[in-house]
Ligand binder design. Structure first.
Ligand SMILES: *[C@@H]1O[C@H](CO)[C@@H](O)[C@H](O)[C@H]1NC(C)=O
Ligand SMILES: *[C@@H]1O[C@H](CO)[C@@H](O)[C@H](O)[C@H]1NC(C)=O
Ligand SMILES: *[C@@H]1O[C@H](CO)[C@@H](O)[C@H](O)[C@H]1NC(C)=O
Ligand SMILES: *[C@@H]1O[C@H](CO)[C@@H](O)[C@H](O)[C@H]1NC(C)=O
Ligand SMILES: *[C@@H]1O[C@H](CO)[C@@H](O)[C@H](O)[C@H]1NC(C)=O
Ligand SMILES: *[C@@H]1O[C@H](CO)[C@@H](O)[C@H](O)[C@H]1NC(C)=O
Ligand SMILES: *[C@@H]1O[C@H](CO)[C@@H](O)[C@H](O)[C@H]1NC(C)=O
Ligand SMILES: *[C@@H]1O[C@H](CO)[C@@H](O)[C@H](O)[C@H]1NC(C)=O
Ligand SMILES: *[C@@H]1O[C@H](CO)[C@@H](O)[C@H](O)[C@H]1NC(C)=O
Ligand SMILES: *[C@@H]1O[C@H](CO)[C@@H](O)[C@H](O)[C@H]1NC(C)=O
Ligand SMILES: *[C@@H]1O[C@H](CO)[C@@H](O)[C@H](O)[C@H]1NC(C)=O
Ligand SMILES: *[C@@H]1O[C@H](CO)[C@@H](O)[C@H](O)[C@H]1NC(C)=O
Length: 545
């Protein structure tokens, strides 16, 4: 299995680590077969794993790297093969009108470790433990700004001398407030978010700044054996800075380019500025289709991204992160959450799940979307934990059978207002799945889907029902209660522990109401989409804390 041989490589690497950097520098093609669990360190696990003390979401909740090490089983048992952690360097200590730097984004010293999260030795141990499990470590890095607390006097009074290594005003752009979100000149050179905390904007087009940043990231990656980086606010730095910085890091990067406009995001790939990015192009429609919109909107965005970008296979698919409201903040239905999770796990690209999504947390904007995970009791029986675990195991299995799965683009088998069915992967290790937006009150009906060869024995992995593909290569999805459906060849499941016992496929509820295509476009749906747009706009202000 690929997983096993990967950890073998890593063990060899551990031996060679002192001698060579050849083991570092996981590439885009290695990352595309991984799946990422995003950890907000302050909110994942405390050192003593205590779950009791209440914490205020604007302040430290005291999660640590040691706590994370102690709960790595929770992540690995869900099948993830990589973790992404909060920035690791020292931040401001003040309690400001917008809270403390529990999230790690308000840096002051790039060469000091954030002691709230632990010691350098703890971080090294985390890296070690993650690698021992055959997983990759991705670290979030801030490159756009340093931070200083202030009391909203403009221009913000900033003592540059306390910053390391950029200890002088000459390394920064002069103060101006970002006001024009459509003008790169403005949003790249002005300062973000001047309330309570000033985000002093680094002059990332200055050669000295580029050099110092390159030196820093190279050292960080080498010192802690980091396999990949996330670049915070990548859209807000000079374009040319990005490839220079990523080249020095020598590892795969996911650069945060927050836009739902195909040309705005894809230009980063087509111009060679960034390889990987969180997939904001599909994020917006992925929410919308469960908030009153037609499923066709998601397929349009998916095909648009495939056409407009050079490589959607290295984008990170997500429906939640620490900057946006939880899925369940607007939609509490569990079946809809399962469909969204299924898309995240099986779409092209790198599945990326933000801690708490698997527990169906429902916090709204920042900081309410940053609930401490321990309030779930790390419950492995939670329905979305189980689903994520199943789908990660399935995906890891088909990739082990044929690594082409991760670098083949999915095809649309069927789409209408309520359904999207995709097929991904080469014959023999293909996955066919259908998501729908009908919710747990959805009707019972049969849906015929293709993607196989006549006579194939096919298992629906969420119900473990087996059937034989008909002369068209189709199988029947017995739809009901709005559940997603996921099909794979029975042979592919050998030795995986998934669906070792199967039952012949049959409708779950013979009392049927065969009407999948309920009419759309009523006033309620239009109202819902307007409300969604308003919500999306109101998040913008919270993105940089
Ligand atoms: C976090 O740790 C600090 C410093 O030890 C302590 O003052 C604070 O009460 C702790 N907060 C919580 C929520 O445990
Ligand atoms: C802001 O004002 C408060 C109250 O006067 C004061 O305690 C705090 O030190 C000030 N913070 C900064 C960064 O100036
Ligand atoms: C910054 O600009 C925004 C508009 O984008 C405005 O609402 C805000 O008051 C300005 N803040 C400062 C401190 O100038
Ligand atoms: C990495 O370690 C070297 C050697 O100890 C040190 O000089 C350098 O500052 C470290 N870099 C970072 C980013 O921690
Ligand atoms: C992206 O694709 C276009 C069109 O095929 C090609 O011209 C361009 O060189 C590619 N860019 C990169 C960075 O691969
Ligand atoms: C599913 O799509 C239909 C048709 O576009 C829409 O009317 C319905 O509101 C959507 N369902 C949900 C839960 O958003
Ligand atoms: C864990 O989740 C399951 C499923 O939702 C629930 O039945 C069970 O009570 C939960 N266990 C705990 C300890 O909360
Ligand atoms: C999901 O839950 C079912 C029912 O409890 C269980 O049989 C199955 O093993 C679980 N799947 C995973 C991957 O944990
Ligand atoms: C993997 O799939 C490719 C088609 O993409 C095929 O050429 C190759 O033979 C397959 N490899 C295995 C081991 O089945
Ligand atoms: C679905 O197919 C089964 C046979 O496979 C049949 O018994 C059932 O009536 C069908 N349901 C509907 C709603 O057509
Ligand atoms: C087979 O499945 C495809 C979708 O994958 C569908 O469009 C087609 O109608 C199905 N064929 C039959 C005979 O139902
Ligand atoms: C799975 O097991 C069956 C029956 O033992 C065997 O024919 C098939 O080759 C196996 N498939 C894989 C992918 O190992």
């Amino acid at each position: 299995m690929a997983r096993r041989s990967t950890s073998g490589n890593l063990a060899v690497c551990a031996v060679l680590l002192a001698l060579a950097s050849v083991c570092l520098g996981a590439t885009a093609s290695q990352w595309q077969s991984r799946s990422i669990y995003q950890v907000m360190v302050d909110r994942f696990a405390r050192t003593d794993l205590s779950t009791s003390a209440e914490c205020t979401l604007w302040e430290f909740c005291n999660g640590t790297w040691s706590g994370l090490i102690n709960e790595l089983d929770y992540i690995q048992d869900m099948g993830f093969t990589a973790i992404q952690i909060s920035p690791v360097v020292r931040n401001i200590e003040q309690d400001t009108s917008v809270g403390t730097a529990y999230h790690g984004y308000w840096m002051v010293d790039m060469y000091a470790i954030n002691e709230h999260f632990g010691t350098a030795a703890d971080l090294l141990r985390l890296s070690d433990e993650v690698h021992k499990r055959g997983m990759y470590l991705m670290v979030d890095v801030v490159v756009n700004n340093f931070a200083a607390a202030f009391n909203n006097t403009v221009p913000p009074p900033v003592d540059f001398s306390v910053f390391n290594p950029f200890d002088d005003a000459k390394y920064f752009h002069e103060y101006c407030n970002v006001t024009i979100w459509t003008d790169p000149q403005n949003y790249q050179n002005c300062w973000l978010y001047p309330y309570g905390v000033a985000l002093a904007d680094l002059d990332t087009d200055a050669p000295a700044v580029v050099d110092m940043m390159r030196t820093w990231v190279k050292g960080l990656v080498a010192n802690y054996s980091i396999d990949g980086i996330r670049i915070d606010a990548a859209k807000h730095v000079d374009d040319a800075f990005l490839p220079a910085f990523v080249d020095a890091a020598g590892v795969f990067a996911l650069g945060e380019v927050l836009t739902g406009v195909t040309e705005d995001m894809c230009r980063y790939q087509t111009l060679g500025l960034l390889t990987g990015m969180p997939n904001y192009l599909e994020y917006y429609p992925l929410n919308a289709v469960f908030n009153g919109h037609s499923m066709e909107d998601l397929n349009t965005a998916r095909v648009g991204a495939q056409t407009g970008c050079n490589d959607t296979l290295v984008l990170g698919t997500f429906v939640e992160n620490h900057d946006v409201p939880r899925f369940a903040a607007s939609v509490s239905d569990m079946a809809l959450a399962k469909n969204a999770m299924t898309y995240v796990m099986l779409n092209d690209g790198i599945p990326t799940v933000y801690q708490g999504q698997e527990q169906h947390f429902n916090g709204n904007g920042t900081p309410f979307n940053r609930e401490p995970l321990w309030k779930s009791g790390y419950n492995k029986s939670a329905p979305l934990y189980n689903l994520t675990s199943t789908l990660n195991k399935l995906r890891n299995t088909v990739i082990a059978l044929n690594s082409s799965y991760a670098n083949s683009l999915s095809d649309t088998l069927f789409v209408d207002v309520n359904h999207l069915c995709l097929r991904k992967g080469p014959d023999g290790s293909q996955i066919v799945f259908c998501i729908n937006n009908q919710s747990s009150g959805g009707p019972t009906y049969n849906l015929s889907v293709g993607g196989f060869t006549q006579g194939d024995s096919v298992v629906e992995v969420l119900t473990c029902m087996v059937s034989e593909a008909d002369f068209n290569g189709n199988v029947t999805a017995y739809m009901g209660q709005g559940e997603p459906k996921v099909f794979v060849l029975r042979d592919a499941l050998n030795k995986t522990g998934l669906c070792q016992t199967v039952t012949p496929a049959a409708p779950s509820n013979p009392a049927t109401s065969p009407n999948p295509n309920a009419a759309a476009g009523n006033l309620a749906a239009i109202w819902a989409s307007t409300a969604l747009l308003a919500t999306v706009l109101s998040w913008a202000v919270w993105l940089f804390v």
